[in-house]
Write a protein that binds this ligand. Sequence first.
Ligand code: NAD
Ligand code: WQD
Length: 337
Amino acid sequence: MAILVTGGLGYIGSHTCVELLEAGHEVVVIDSLVNSKREVLNRIHAVTGKQVAFAFADLLDRSAVTRVFQEHAIEGVLHFAGLKAVGESVREPLRYYHTNLTGTLTLCEVMQEFNVRRLVFSSSATVYGAQERVPLVEDLEKQPVNPYGRTKAMIEDILADLYRSDERWNIALLRYFNPVGAHKSGKMGEDPSGTPQNLMPYITQVAIGKRKELSVYGQDYPTQDGTGVRDYIHVMDLAAGHLQALEWVLRGVGIDAFNLGTGVGYSVFDVIGAFEKASGIKIPVRVTARRAGDVAVSYADPTKAEGVLNWRATHGLDEMCEDAWRWQLHNPHGYDG
Ligand code: NAD
Ligand code: WQD
């Protein structure tokens, strides 16, 4: 039996494929390469000595998805495929709703047709939006503030309805906080196309000399140093969390949402300081205005994932920075190098 990983050549999916292969699973990947490179397949092989079966296909192409289920005995699905850029989702909401929602609906319909009802879904801490209190716990009311976040909240609701209609489904909704870092080998990591929108890849690109300076978006938040506070989590901890969530859905336990975060918040200046220590490189910064839509503080209460999934993050901020830097240093042009 195999595990299907949609979006398995992307940043988090590819690191999770490594964990799955190392745990002895057979892995099938569907990816349209809209935000990833075929080279990732070679890197997964270089790191694990194993191959994944790859279907170059869009989830919106129902016949292609059906073919994958015909050709492989799929036991469960990790569903990463989707579009994830917040700003782009504001400019192109229809594309985001169509890709993320219709992609998920198509996947679930085909799963149902083939009697596969075990699903781990990539949700996001973005579903919380601006909340009055931190740490964020799973039972808070969702209030996403942009189309991307709303696709995640809507998909969570759709999957809950699906479960209510047929309790044979087993679904884990994983709300990731801020994924950073890379595989220890330096062979796999985050490879954003165009200008990085997220803090860590922007910092690593400044360090490698691709960008002049980092803009720090606001120093007037009610936080210890005035900059935004987030819960950064190492991508290999996330990958390990998926393995635990997969075991949980394979055991057959219904539907639930889990925060995947460390429970610790770091400011933008904390991250810059840790990165400078890890790399020995000084990051030039310029404090600018706040970025629209940013919240001051966001970090997880990870207690539920600890108790139910038996998972907790083990990598600290220094390791996240060391690993992100190793990847960037060895691959200055990402997977194109
Ligand atoms: P990514 O863009 O690196 O990976 C997504 C992968 O899905 C890519 O390889 C892309 O080519 C593929 N894809 C997109 N649409 C597709 C489609 N219609 N059919 C087939 N393949 C398609 O993103 P990531 O950072 O690895 O994120 C994975 C998932 O986790 C996404 O659903 C994202 O929304 C969610 N998430 C990401 C973060 C983050 O900060 N990286 C945080 C929370 C949640
Ligand atoms: C982190 C902190 C910025 C860039 C985003 C998405 C969220 C989720 C994860 C998918 C903030 C500051 C950033 C820069 C900066 N993705 N910053 N200069 O905004 O917490 O979350 O990624 O689900 O949906 O919104 O992450 O890395 O963009 O920002 O000062 O050049 O760094 O203001 O405080 P964010 P981020």
